[in-house]
Structure formats: C-alpha cells, structure tokens
Write a protein that binds this ligand. Structure first.
Ligand SMILES: Nc1nc2c(c(=O)[nH]1)N=C([C@H](O)[C@H](O)COP(=O)(O)OP(=O)(O)OP(=O)(O)O)CN2
Ligand SMILES: [Zn+2]
Length: 120
C-alpha cells in the first residue's frame, strides 16, 4: 500500500511568456499569486517509526527556498526558458528530488482555476 502526503506553499511573482502572439494576455508583463503543492510517497512498510512518509515540518526548507528564490521576483530572471506553470513544476522537481527522494510530483497553480503537474 502506498501512502501519499502533500503540502501547499504560496508565493507571488511576475512573468512574461514568450512565443505567444502579441495579442495574447500572457505575452504582457503580469503577475500571479502562485501555489505550489509537493507530493511525497512511500510504501507503508517504509514509513518512519512514527508513521510519517516524512514530517511535514521537514518541508520548511522548501518554503525558505521559495521565499528566497522566487517570491516577489520576476520569474524570467530566475528560471531558464519560458516560466510556464509546466516548466516551473519540472524545474522545482529537479531542484528538489535529491533532497526529498520521496518526492513524486510537483503541482503549480497560477490562478485558483489552473494547475500544472509534473509526475515523472
Ligand atoms: N498550459 C498553460 N497555459 C497557460 C499558462 C501556463 O503556464 N500553462 N499560462 C498562462 C498565463 O500565464 C496565465 O496563467 C493566464 O491563464 P488563464 O487561465 O488563461 O487566465 P485567466 O485567469 O485570465 O483565465 P479566465 O478563463 O479568464 O479565468 C496562460 N495559459
Ligand atoms: Zn501568467
């Protein structure tokens, strides 16, 4: 049996998407209140003695990194390539998979209605 935990984090940032027609709203400089959701998974037999996949508190280092790296920044200056929600999800996964071997997906939301998920 597989257990999955998720924790949500928030940050605010600006971006401007390239490769779109100039009339596309996202070709203009704009910002979002982003949400990021990390999912970590483990087999029941691999839970910690306490019964955790991993202590939610261990993820505070991700929150610190988010605040220092992305919060109130222009994402085009931080991320290689186009800062779409999809590319941000892949980028964050590759940044954090070594620190959190239990990481199974990263989800990124730009608006309350949209989510992009990377689940390799
Ligand atoms: N697949 C993706 N599509 C879009 C992305 C993205 O990252 N991946 N990004 C954008 C824009 O950055 C922005 O998020 C606009 O999104 P959209 O939902 O189209 O904008 P609205 O909130 O204004 O949509 P309404 O339908 O008017 O609520 C665009 N697409
Ligand atoms: Zn946008």
């Amino acid at each position: 049996m597989t257990l999955r935990i998720t924790k949500r984090f928030d940050f605010s940032a600006s971006h401007q998407l390239g490769g779109l027609h100039e009339s596309h709203q996202c070709a203009r400089l704009h910002g979002h209140n982003y949400a990021v959701e990390l999912e970590l998974s483990a087999e029941q037999s691999d839970l910690t003695p306490v019964g955790f996949v991993r202590d939610y508190g261990d993820l505070s280092v991700f929150k610190k990194w988010l605040d220092e790296t992305l919060d109130h920044r222009h994402l085009n200056d931080v991320v290689d390539g186009n800062p779409t929600a999809e590319n941000l999800a892949v980028w964050m996964f590759t940044q954090w998979e070594k620190d959190f071997p239990e990481l199974t997906s990263v989800r990124v939301s730009e608006t309350p209605k949209t989510w992009a998920e990377y689940r390799p």
